[in-house]
Design a protein around this ligand. Structure first.
Ligand code: C2E
Ligand code: CA
Ligand code: CA
Ligand code: CA
Length: 279
């Protein structure tokens, strides 16, 4: 048993070593990708009860020279672990604000809002608030049309500092949305204290909302909670009419998901808006 234990330990070490090697290869690759400007944004529409466009969420993509279009699930975690999320996040925010300012110049899109995902590591960085304000000033984006999507992991660290930063952004008109709501650590007492403007119902609750009574109960509770706290609420991951109709009947008025459109380049978003989504 003892020698087997030693072998297992050895095997485990090799596995860890392989993982660390893969991770540092990816880190170097992300760094090179940043230098080569290979990161871009796709946009997914957010619609109202009638399917009309309210705005979009910006989702980062990596146009990799060998691997093609790489989704964020394959690099965001390593970017967060290595600090590369900071330069990456700056690019994302700048491109998003440039897009927002562009829409503001076109009458058909002038009212659209744009949501940008912000990792906890970015939000906690000392220069973050000033960086957001600088990018807004530089791009002339309307801060009231910008929403930052934050996650509950922010609450694992200094909550007072987080709230202070949130207040500074809200004071300038920037919207703050709590993403993936219900999947994290937040207690309801925090929710009361955070200066949020929106909650997003996580897609894990939307997926089986018609068949799983617990998911339905959670989704409905989040909608009711948001409505009674005076927050907007968006259901994400809506793929079917049935899901949309159920959420609508239960007071949700904002939707995002493949039913309304997949993430794509900004040009596709605008083109698709000339025709209402078919249901
Ligand atoms: P998220 O913020 O929860 O974004 C929603 C994800 O669900 C997106 O995946 C989107 O493409 C996908 N999605 C949208 N509608 C549907 C649907 O109807 N069904 C299903 N099954 N999926 C749907 P994506 O683009 O791969 O992004 C994954 C995650 O990566 C995001 O989850 C977000 O946490 C992170 N992420 C994306 N862009 C950024 C970014 O610019 N910065 C940071 N920090 N994180 C980002
Ligand atoms: Ca999001
Ligand atoms: Ca989400
Ligand atoms: Ca998510």
């Amino acid at each position: 048993a003892k020698s087997r234990g030693r072998n297992m330990l050895c095997f485990f070490d090799l596995g860890m070593q392989a993982a660390a090697t893969a991770r540092s290869a990816l880190e170097a690759d992300i760094r090179a990708g940043l230098q080569r400007d290979e990161f871009l944004l796709h946009y997914q529409r957010v619609v109202d009860a009638d399917g009309a466009m309210l705005g979009a969420e910006a989702l980062v993509r990596w146009r990799h020279s060998e691997r093609g279009m790489v989704p964020p699930g394959e690099f965001i975690a390593v970017a967060e672990q290595t600090g590369l999320i900071l330069p990456l996040g700056r690019r994302v925010l700048r491109e998003a604000c440039q897009q927002l300012a562009q829409w503001a110049r076109e009458p058909a899109c002038a009212h659209w809002t744009l949501s940008v995902n912000v990792s906890a590591q970015e939000f906690r960085h000392p220069g973050f608030v000033q960086q957001v304000l600088d990018v807004i000033a530089e791009t002339q984006a309307d801060p009231r049309r910008l929403k930052l999507e934050l996650t509950e992991s922010l609450l694992l660290h200094d909550v007072e500092d987080t709230i202070a930063r949130m207040r500074m952004l809200r004071a300038r008109g920037v919207g703050l949305s709590l993403d993936d709501f219900g999947t994290g650590y937040s207690s309801l007492s925090y929710l009361k204290r955070l200066p949020l403007s929106q909650l997003k119902i996580d897609q894990s609750f939307v997926r089986d909302v018609l068949t799983d009574p617990s998911d339905a109960a959670i989704a409905c509770t989040v909608v009711a909670l948001a409505n009674s706290l005076g927050l907007d609420v968006v259901a994400e991951g809506v793929e079917s009419d049935g899901q949309r109709d159920f959420l609508l009947r239960n007071g949700c008025r904002r939707f995002q998901g493949y039913l309304f459109g997949r993430p794509g380049p900004a040009s596709a978003l605008r083109a698709a808006d000339t025709e209402p989504p078919s249901r």
